[in-house]
Design a protein around this ligand. Sequence first.
Ligand code: HEM
Length: 180
Amino acid sequence: MFEPVRDNPYPDSHVLGEGPEPHPLLGPVLPLLGRWHGRGRGEYPTLPQDFRYEQEITFSHDGRPFLRYEARAWLVDGDGVPVRPAGRESGWWRVTPDATLEVVLAHPTGIVETYVGRAAGTEFEIGTKEVSLTPLAKEVTGTRRHYTVDEGRMTVVHDMAAVGQPLQHHLTTHLRLRPS
Ligand code: HEM
């Protein structure tokens, strides 16, 4: 019944030239591919003070026309010393033939977001189509994310409408591509 099986023949890759060939439709999002690590600052008008964090983001693929996305962050103090784990999220970035992006992200805090957006060179902009919340999740009504990639550096600006507040800045992160 429990016969041995071979290793997964379709591994993910986050490095060009390793693993499967990227699907041709992934062309517009290839600048995102890789493991990124960096620092950020966050704020929101409902919070008593702003905060600093570090974050790791990985975009990978298995040869099909979507990226796998994984991100985790941890708060740090003013000296960069880790304080506690913070936001985590994972999901999928699907690319259509006209370079439209369709993104699904899930958070451990009971939030699931669907997004639509566009890839334009090294700029990627996505905005929520719908946000779905579990009963205990904080009220998030919409978010917008802007990714800019430039020679191994990535900046992510994340605006959010939540807990009765209109869409406004929550996070800005500056990341560098990690050597694999
Ligand atoms: C790098 C990722 C993130 C970090 C470091 C971060 C950090 C924080 C921190 C420190 C707080 C204050 C409450 C606390 O101490 O836990 C907070 C509040 C909040 N965050 Fe984030 N966050 C991140 C991503 C997100 C995302 C992706 C969303 C929405 C999809 C989100 C939605 C919220 C909401 C709704 C609140 C509560 C505001 C309130 O109740 O006043 N956060 N975040």
